[in-house]
Design a protein around this ligand. Structure first.
Ligand code: AMP
Ligand code: TRP
Length: 322
């Protein structure tokens, strides 16, 4: 099964990215898996060139550090394969203005900015190009990407109807637990790099002291009963889901072991620290040898390009361009 996913190098990787995306990529990798650091997507919001370059390299190191094996999966940087933007243009001419205007993530991001680029608006089409270029059958992503994935499916079907069978219609794959890790301070909104407060988002490379502090200070409620209930107790439910994602038990089983929030939080902090420390170490080792890291990425890009080129050729000739 051909699998593809992407992640933006737009800032520190948080627990939501890790549990909702990266960890599953590593668990499910095969030599038919393609994982892309989507640096072109990060240009949709203001970012300095130096930050973009640094984040791209750090995130690439992170993908290897969480367990993606360059001898198994293909890990590459989006801008190193020129066909993404080329196919994106063709797909922009298949997408409608109306359907892009309905993208909720666009509306949210646009509302938060004084002005916004046309790229922020067309971004879901570039994402569709990322997916369709690789004939991806399965696209593992967090819950927040459902609408974008549906757009990719619609564009593939519309293109195939209009120009003849060209693209594989991809399926989304959403993680069973921790598909939506919530903000630790405002548990009714998702943890996010751009919106969450410093205490609300936990970076996977946060110091041990910060990890402990953020968990101990996580917002819960005052009734004091340990029970898994998203509606009545969202803060606690979020902690139980995170616990469950790391320990492999169900959230109810975890809840049944505790009488007090403080004990649960302390054990959760130990669990998270023990799990994340070796990942931080591996990432630091990789970043200490940038030559080797860049070598791995250029191998990934070369492998990706072979596939991207073939699909692009099919699409370009279907519409009548080169
Ligand atoms: P982004 O940081 O928006 O580029 O997201 C990278 C990946 O992490 C995507 O697959 C997202 O769906 C996933 N993701 C982002 N935030 C969360 C969250 N709070 N919970 C679960 N998954 C998330
Ligand atoms: N839009 C996705 C996000 O913000 C990132 C992304 C870009 C992606 N291209 C992709 C995800 C292709 C899956 C497949 O999270």
């Amino acid at each position: 099964m051909r699998v593809l996913s992407g992640i933006q190098p737009s800032g520190a990787v948080h627990l939501g990215n890790y549990l909702g995306a990266l960890r599953q990529w590593a668990q499910q990798q095969s030599n038919n898996s393609y994982y892309c650091v989507v640096d072109l997507h990060a240009l949709t919001l203001p970012i300095s060139p130096a930050d973009l370059q640094r984040h791209t390299l750090e995130l690439s190191a992170t993908l290897f550090a969480v367990g993606l094996d360059p001898n198994v999966a293909t890990v590459f940087v989006q801008s190193q394969v020129p066909h993404h933007t080329r196919l994106s243009w063709i797909l922009e001419c298949v997408a409608s203005y109306g359907e892009l205007s309905r993208m909720t993530q666009f509306k949210e991001k646009a509302d938060r900015q004084d002005g916004f680029s046309a790229g922020l608006f067309t971004y879901p089409v570039l994402m569709a190009a990322d997916i369709l270029l690789y004939d991806a059958q399965r696209v593992p992503v967090g819950d927040d990407q459902r609408q974008h994935l549906e757009l990719a499916r619609n564009l593939a079907e519309r293109f195939n109807n209009r120009y003849g069978e060209t693209f594989v219609v991809p399926e989304g794959f959403f993680p069973p637990v921790a598909a939506r890790v919530m903000d630790l301070q405002e548990p009714t909104r998702k943890m996010s790099k751009s919106v969450s407060s410093p205490l609300g988002a936990m970076g996977i490379f946060d110091s041990e002291a910060d990890i402990r502090k953020k968990i101990m200070k996580a917002m819960t409620d005052t009734d004091g009963e340990v029970r898994f209930d998203w509606d009545a107790k969202p803060g606690l439910a979020n902690l139980l889901e995170i616990f469950s994602a790391f320990s492999g038990e169900t959230p109810d089983t975890v809840a049944s072991r505790y009488e007090r929030y403080g004990d649960l939080k302390k054990d959760l902090a130990d669990l998270v620290v023990a799990h994340l420390a070796p990942i931080t170490q591996r990432r630091d080792d990789l970043l200490a040898d940038k030559g080797e890291l860049n070598r791995l990425l250029s191998i990934g890009a070369a492998r990706a390009e072979v596939i991207a080129e073939a699909t692009y050729r099919r699409a370009a000739s279907a519409v009548g361009v080169n």
